[in-house]
Ligand binder design. Sequence first.
Ligand code: GLV
Ligand code: MN
Ligand code: MN
Length: 425
Amino acid sequence: MPDSLTVADKVRPGTSLRIDGARLLDRLDRLAEIGGSEDGGVTRMGFSDADQEGRAYVARQAVEAGLTATVDAGGNLLLRRPEGHRRSTRPPILVGSHLDTVANGGRLDGAYGVVAALEVLQTLHEGGAETDHETIAVGFANEEGALFPQPFWGSMVLAGRLDALPGEPEDYAGRPLRDALARAGGDLSLLKTATWAPGSLAAYLELHVEQGPVLERLGRSIGVVESITGRTHMSVQLHGKAGHAGTTPMEGRQDPLVVAANLIQAVQRLAAEEKLCRVATVGRVEVHPNSPNTIPDAVRLDVDLRDSDPARLDAAEHTVRGALAALARSGNVRAVIESTVRSAPVHTDPRIRDTIAASATELGYAQETLPSGAGHDAQVVADLAPVGMIFVPSIDGVSHVPSERTAPEDLIAGAEVLLRTVLKL
Ligand code: GLV
Ligand code: MN
Ligand code: MN
């Protein structure tokens, strides 16, 4: 924790800035139309055309508000006040989340945190607020990794974890990230220019929907996040032998889909029965050629493991690798497994937690301290700076689905707490 966040920085007297709740809600509605479908779902997968459109919308809103909008080499959208900060002599505070979504996901996951960060910045700007730390709003690129399987892409670049990224990333169809990134205003050859040195940020704040049921059940408007789950994500490729479904005898088949089915069950048991990690999921399977009367020759699937203990995550990964090797051997298929994400569990900064809690109390909002079971850019930025996260309740506790919703008054409450926290830091 840099010594910049001291008691002397507490709320500036006379601060009476309020966010514009109607503007916040209206922007969320407009943004949800981009990539929106009739069932209420939103598809703006990272670096897709819809994602570009969503990013352009937010940038336009910022510029119309008198802010500046730039894109770093990693494709992160950065919004700033044009006049800089006469009084900002200390490292900036970064506030934001991600603008991309999963396939047919919700309207708030990520988008809420970025639109609220814009709202906070615009409120500071319009109110002529002078702060010791400049506030910068960020829309991180490709947090979900739904199209290009490099989740946390933008925050990994910002945090300088370039070694952990593939040199020439591709999407699931083999299209180069280099081109998609260039269309978004980034540059794969210049990623280093987008990295921030440790100590160069005073803090990172992320406001997000809870995506779980805790706050709603307890009737609290504000969640103070104390930790973010660890996550290991693996990409598995299975190569067998294609053949005619009617003429190829059962003995001697090399069917990668049968191996995949057994692996999926092993992954489920790992968490549900063996309790080796908190949750374990296979959420994506690709079968080639995916034809009803052909034995497949290739299957690709993704395994997602989560736990708050890095040792347990390592052990669970080891178990998956062992199970895959055994299943591939007995099914006579070739298996390739690669870990695309190994993200350690992190704790948020205790002093930022206290500041969020005090802000919520001062504004009269009931609050609860809780862990995050979902992954967030904050856990990556934690390499670089102290981080804090604010949650608001998710109706029915659901996320990554079209029915993801939060009550408007809670959305406004979260943004108000975010503004006050920024001012107090
Ligand atoms: C991010 O959305 C995650 O999968 O936790
Ligand atoms: Mn998500
Ligand atoms: Mn998210």
